[in-house]
Design a protein around this ligand. Sequence first.
Ligand code: ZN
Ligand code: ZN
Ligand code: FE
Length: 765
Amino acid sequence: MDVRTQITVQGIVQGVGFRPFVFAQAKQLALRGQVRNNAIGVFIDVEGESTAIEQLIEKLKANPPPLSCIESIHRTNDLPPACFVDFQIVGSTAEGKRLLPVSADFAVCDTCLQEMNDPQNRRYHYPFINCTHCGPRFTIIEDVPYDRPATTMRDFPMCADCEAEYLDSLDRRYHAQATACPACGPQLYLTDRCGRREHCACANGAGTVERSLALLLDGNLLAIKGIGGFHLVCDALDQAAVERLRRRKFREGKPFAMMARSLDIIHRYCKVSQADEALLSSKSRPIVLLEKLPDATIPECVAPDVNTLGFMLPYAPLHHLLFEMLDRPLVMTSANLSDEPIAYRNDDALKRLASVADYFLLHDRRIHIRADDSLVRTRAGQAMMLRRSRGYAAEAIKTAFRFDQEVLACGAHLKNTFCLGKKQYAFVSHHIGDLENFETLSSFTEGIEHFKRLFDIDPVVVAHDLHPDFLSTQYALGLKAVAKVAVQHHHAHIASCMVENHLSGPVIGVAFDGMGLGADGAIWGGEFLVADLARYERRAHLRYVPLAGGDTAIRQPWRSALSYLGDALGSEALLPELPGWQQLDEKKIHLVQSMIRQGINTVQTSSCGRLFDAVASILGLHHEVSYEGQAAIKLESLAMGGIDEVYPFDIRNGSALEIDMRLMIHSLVADVLERKPVGLTSAKFHNTIAAVVVELCRKLRASDGVNQVCLSGGVFQNMYLLNRIIDRLGRYGVEIFIQRQVPANDGGISLGQAAVANEAVKRGG
Ligand code: ZN
Ligand code: ZN
Ligand code: FE
């Protein structure tokens, strides 16, 4: 006997070929009824044999379309018959309150690539080929529900052929919102730096790609429009071109990412594990940070100071066309000038990048939201996010708790992301950047408005950093009619780690980073907390040193060195004997020393990042850097393996335990003056920091009976340190949690803020 059941599927189920999938399965099972998108997901109303209906649900669970991600399936059984005559896909309705996860942008699929390489296919060599199972999503969506008129593809009315595919429920482009072909879709074109068309595209753009490639191999710098913005591109093996790119982009030291055609080519330069291969080939196609082979023939200027290289595989069809004939890597770095956000609009790119790029490879499909390439590395076979953006944003992070109210968290000042919380979902934004200029700030405020609309969230609680001067704090304080919650930076780091690991605490939180304002007005960054989502106690921290010059100190590690040397050795410090110190400006050194002595323009800091800077400068590795963390990264890259020695340190009692590293600085300076190998000293220093973490965690476990440790903060991107801590602390049976889905650096702060604010308001804070 026939029965009727209604099924609601929630999750990433719209715009990913879910309805055609249901349609095909229902037909096979001889079921009748209809499937449609509604405001919360996909709604199926189905009539037929009850065993066939069970089979349909099993198939949804077992084998859903590749880009979908089912969160829940709800069903209502035994409904009165509707007497459907066949199975149909019906148009969207907009009823109900919407919470529709938006799919991320995904790499072109294999079937589309086959079509693109088939001379008989009407999309032969067409750089904008895509289907229901691949292509741009997040970056082209202007509004929900995800339908062509709500995307930037509305600029391109479909031709009859494309429309026929779009409307055919058995076609693999059925309701593929971004579908296009050479006759109706976006076009590629090449211009010079003044925007004059250099080469008129033939219909499939083939000549344009060839010409662009020739220009690249000739040493030119190209700005190439991709999925989430522009790349600046040059031949990675052409040292002069790479150096020119550095000069013109005002980017002195930060490593450039590269793209290569295949895993084989990446294997020439890097150690690539199976987990790395899987990540490189995943549909998100992030940049994967890989260990550089000792004999890799990549010019040093591509990635100075580091023993890693960042590689990605082609993800847009255009990339595949570009690399078809190319068996060498290209540098492909975000197209911006120093700290500005990535360019993503044609007119803006031509204006801002005219002094950088020689030529522009453009297309006329608009990017609505910019998204940088994501950056990931693997550890012990698992991915660790370093920058979460294209290919991941704005997929929801499922939380173990419910957001009682809709929450907005404004994130950190540097490496900003924001986060919206609703029900059991946290929507962490794409990477916004350092909130230090107008461009980034508008990207931040526009991004928030866009996310509010996409996820239908109207925040009544807003979380922000303790620091009153941050633009993100000022934005939060300027909002009307919302509850505002200030969240301490390091509490947010630890909460972020707790949220993604589904912990409710209390945990021992080790937060090591550059700087965050503490509750006592000092700059924290070497912190041991005992925390849950609602509150934290600061139980131990690195001994304060006075740091001169505030933010300037980030760019000048020698200032941190003076702070630590002065604290440990006083005037005994033999500065001119230290490597490279004679070249520093003596007057400036004296000035900073007297500032420290008299406490003028200094802050007290327990920052672990500054301690790494100090040691790197004492070792003569970097006295000045062009980006935060550069000195620490160099220090890590030199650390020798197989060293077990540790420097001495003290732990003093107080209202919070004070970790006193003066003995270490003494011994370390002695090693430097004895000309011990830098690799040895670096390893001993890293071992010492690991030993500090192990000892403090054991102490806190004994006093508080807490066995779960969360490690967060940018310092934990240091793999030598992280591995050593996990190894040593693990021996004591401690459960250790690290960040994987969101970065351990300040890019993960917004997630933690959202959780803390939610808890604070729930408890009547
Ligand atoms: Zn496809
Ligand atoms: Zn067409
Ligand atoms: Fe931080």
